[in-house]
Design a protein around this ligand. Structure first.
Ligand code: PLP
Length: 339
């Protein structure tokens, strides 16, 4: 069991999310048995992984009697969109800072997809040029709101601190329970890793549960060594918060072979993965995170990285709202089924 009952928490998502088989893709790739953990279906404002983190972050904000959530992300941030929806649920406001991190984006990039949904959820938005320290920018915006008599609660990019990561310790417990209920062993969990909270929470949660399931983080932005250090740093803080002792450093595994042209720029393998998932399983991935994570898993299967009888779970972290901001590349993509 996890010792998380003492932390403030609000209920924002549907849980547990389904753990489903992907039989057609399994047969098509002739690989290990493929499963998908549907955290794209967490239920808050089209769903995604930030919902689990926000249950603890917004819990803390409520305990502090905050009246406005302040956070930041890239223009097409799924995190800002879910934070804006969470604010609506709790009767708070949301202020989001959006970084122009992606160069040469399509025509609709700044108005459709997540940005449009931010508007639906009534968030106030400020844009920033790329390359700034966005957490510092957001903290400055929070200070300004405090000077104006508001009580802001600052959430770092991606909701990735020890509080947010608790949400993924909960997800680890869900998966262990779901596997146990159906007498199934999980041999690998594969996921896209960005601001680190998801992987760090999973690794800390699995450690707390004394589970040995390895987690493969497919980097969506950073080089392997950088990402490993960043995830390890947050694992350490999360483990301290949960009082679960030291997590061995080798529990953090990252592959950086699927970043392509950088954050928010889909590689050819990302596009192929998106169409494989949609056409074979009726599942919508996204061009920034889950498409890259899935591409990593597909290539590892083709490379024989997994054993034939392995049960491999892809953690679907959401993001399909961003598909609309990438319509230009996706609608002209010529999908050809290949093994
Ligand atoms: C934020 C996000 C991720 C990455 O999770 P981190 O905790 O930031 O590493 C993956 N997929 C989607 C769709 C996301 O929005």
């Amino acid at each position: 069991m996890l010792n998380i009952d003492d932390f403030p928490r609000v209920s924002l998502g549907h849980g547990p999310t389904p753990l489903e088989a992907m039989p057609r893709l399994t047969e098509h790739l002739g690989g290990p048995n493929l499963f998908i953990k549907r955290d794209d279906c967490t239920g808050l404002g089209t769903g995604g992984n930030k919902t689990r983190k926000l249950e603890f972050l917004v819990g803390e904000a409520m305990a502090e009697k905050a009246d406005i959530l302040v956070t930041q992300g890239a223009v097409q941030s799924n995190h800002v969109r879910q934070t804006a929806a969470a604010a609506c649920r709790m009767g708070m406001d949301c202020h989001g800072l959006l970084e122009r991190r992606v160069q040469n984006a399509g025509a609709d990039y700044e108005v459709t997809g997540n940005v449009f949904l931010d508007h639906m959820f009534g968030a106030s938005l400020e844009f920033r040029e790329g390359g700034l320290d966005m957490n510092a920018e957001a903290q400055a915006a929070a200070d300004k709101l405090r000077d104006q008599g508001r009580n802001p609660y600052f959430i770092p990019g991606g909701g990735s601190n020890a509080t947010g990561a608790l949400g993924y310790a909960v997800c680890a417990q869900e998966m262990v329970t779901q596997a146990g209920d159906r007498d199934m062993t999980i041999d690998w969990i594969v996921m896209g890793t960005g601001s680190t909270g998801t992987q760090a929470g999973l690794v800390a949660g699995l450690h707390a549960l004394q589970s040995e399931i390895p987690v493969m983080g497919v980097s969506v932005r950073q080089k392997r060594d950088f990402q490993i250090k960043a995830v390890q740093g947050l694992v350490e803080k999360t483990a301290a918060k949960m009082k679960i002792g030291t997590v061995p450093e080798n529990k953090v595994i990252v592959d950086d072979g699927y970043v392509g042209g950088g954050y928010g720029v889909p590689a050819p393998s990302t596009l192929e993965a998106i169409f494989l998932a949609s056409r074979m399983e009726g599942i919508l991935l996204d061009p920034v995170y889950s498409g890259k994570g899935f591409a990593g898993m597909v290539q590892m299967i083709r490379d024989g990285f997994f054993k034939k009888g392995d049960n491999v779970v892809f953690l679907h972290t959401g993001g399909s709202a961003a598909l609309f901001a990438y319509q230009d590349v996706l609608s002209t993509y010529k999908y050809k089924r290949s093994a």
